[in-house]
Ligand binder design. Sequence first.
Ligand code: SF4
Length: 365
Amino acid sequence: PLKKVNGILESPTGTGKTLCLLCSTLAWREHFRDSISARKIAQRLGGGELFPDRPLSSWGTAATEEDASTYYTDVPKIIYASRTHSQLTQVIKELKNTVYRPKICVLGSREQLCINPEVKRLESNHMQIYMCRTKVMSRACHFYNNVEGELGRESQALASGDKSARQRSWEELSCPYYLSRSLKQQADVIFMPYNYLLDSKSRKSHNLDLKGTVVILDEAHNVEKLCEESASFDLTPYDLASAVDALSVVLEDQAKVVQHNEINAEFNMDLATSGLDMELEDIAKIKKILLQLESAIDAVELSPDDTGITKEGSYIFDLFAQAQITFQTKSSLLESLEQILQYLSSRPGLFVNTSGLHKLSDIIQ
Ligand code: SF4
């Protein structure tokens, strides 16, 4: 019967933990499916038996009576999480040595899965995300454009990182990142790095619903550290300074447009636009917020012996509130930052470092 409990298994390296976890959960899943089949048949037969020597009640007992599911969509998905992507690749290799052939999909970041050389070449993860988004919006990445067609075909191999799927011609390849996001709806087993599972922001952005799933955390001794990391951030003086610099560039651009338009208006000429639909005053307000945050952080008194300071968790909210960053102002601030970042990513001319702004936006989120 389905007990719905958590289990912790410990066993030395090389004793076959991964295979045990995979095979037992997959076998249980098949058993669960069999119980549904048996129930469906029993309903049709109205109490009769299909085979005299094998009663329907013996077909699968994975679901208890009170959990009696009659839909195949109720068969729980298995979420298999490990620390790194390469560990997951290892697990998938092991899965291929078993008799099970579930539909699988691997979730990963663009950094891990992107195959567009132009985007991959970019050093910063943030820049990769932005360039990818821009390309996707203008349908300028052919790997992305191929995803739709691929979804119509038998396509699980590519998302699982199967080399044979990668041997297609360059033009035919589909983006594994977007493909895996779509395939996860139909997958029986979803593989993912821990952070996708443990970070609520990630779960939300991938639309991951854990309700009713079987979650396996491989190498779980790393989980505590990861939880700690996902609730932590660092914000350096350099980050803040670069965010302020980036805002100064935007302010200058916008001021030029306003000035230009004042002249144009005098001569009844068309008004110019920078592509950023924000008032000068609002951009200046954001810059002021960052400067206030900088002063609030500067004002924190550190102990002279360089050991840093430790405060209650709620302290961080008070610190941000000193710069008017609160739960009430958060959404509008994030929206403005998003608009500014989008503007900067498509701004012609000299490269503006947006890593500080990106970091701040992540932190506020
Ligand atoms: S759509 Fe996929 S392949 Fe194209 S840039 Fe984005 S992540 Fe890379």
